[in-house]
Write a protein that binds this ligand. Structure first.
Ligand SMILES: Cc1ncc(CN)c(N)n1
Length: 228
């Protein structure tokens, strides 16, 4: 099927990404990611990120379950539930992967103390679980959260990158083509929902996109021990 962007029709999410390019680039080309790609990353930063992200991913599970519930109740397209269910299944593998990776690097996940930026982000996720938040807003958040990791880690695998061998598996986890296609599917769902949403919901979804990008930048900042 011919896509809207191929027909020269503006797609809401693309318009937003152009409008908010600066912060989007800040989230997807953060110094931590550039250091991985450039081969100069400090392994203690990587370990700090690993421990914090494990906490975040555990909080992401109930958020995703809430998006699944909203899709089941509010979506006109039953295939949305399949896409989101696939995401939940992948999260199950992701949690197992974090445990394996943490043991490889000697990170004791049970003793990781969540930092303020992480707690703030998890609280934000929790606020999106409310039944007052529409499926359109929640699925927009879900797409951006996944897209930031996909774009960031795919950048570390592009030709010319000097990503250390021992970090390539991490980059593959989010930077692989399958994850890229999954993010495209989420983006299509978000666009389809946004196109039929009221101006009020579209405005709220745009504000959510901006908040997610800010939280993602703060999250990467934790890797160099910044905000606590
Ligand atoms: C902070 C953060 N953002 C996104 C992802 C990708 N699920 C993640 N694991 N962590």
């Amino acid at each position: 099927m011919e896509r809207k962007e191929d027909r020269g029709v503006a797609v809401i999410t693309d318009t937003w990404l152009r409008k908010h390019r600066l912060i989007y680039t800040g989230a997807t080309r953060h110094p931590f990611i550039l250091a991985i790609r450039g081969g100069s990353v400090d392994i203690s930063c990587f370990k700090r990120w690993l421990g914090q992200d494990y906490i975040f991913v555990r909080a992401f599970v109930p958020f995703l379950a809430s998006v699944l519930l909203k899709a089941w109740k509010e979506s006109d397209d039953s295939s949305d539930v399949d896409v989101i269910l696939g995401g939940l299944a992948a999260l199950n593998d992701e949690i197992a992967w974090f445990k394996k990776e943490a043991s490889k690097w000697g990170v004791a996940l049970d003793s990781v103390v969540p930092q303020k930026s992480n707690l703030d982000y998890c609280r934000f996720l929790e606020s999106l679980m409310s039944s007052d938040v529409s499926y359109t807003e929640a699925v927009t958040a879900f797409w951006v959260i996944e897209a930031v990791y996909q774009e960031s880690f795919a950048h570390c695998l592009e030709d010319g990158s000097k990503t250390p061998e021992e970090l390539k598996e991490t980059c593959q986890r989010w930077g692989n083509d399958g994850f890229g296609q999954y993010c495209c599917a989420l983006k299509s769902i978000a666009n389809r929902q946004l196109e039929k949403a009221s101006d009020d919901v579209v405005a709220k979804a745009e504000a959510i996109l901006l908040s997610v990008l800010e939280y993602e930048v703060d999250f990467w900042n934790m890797s160099h021990g910044g905000a606590v």
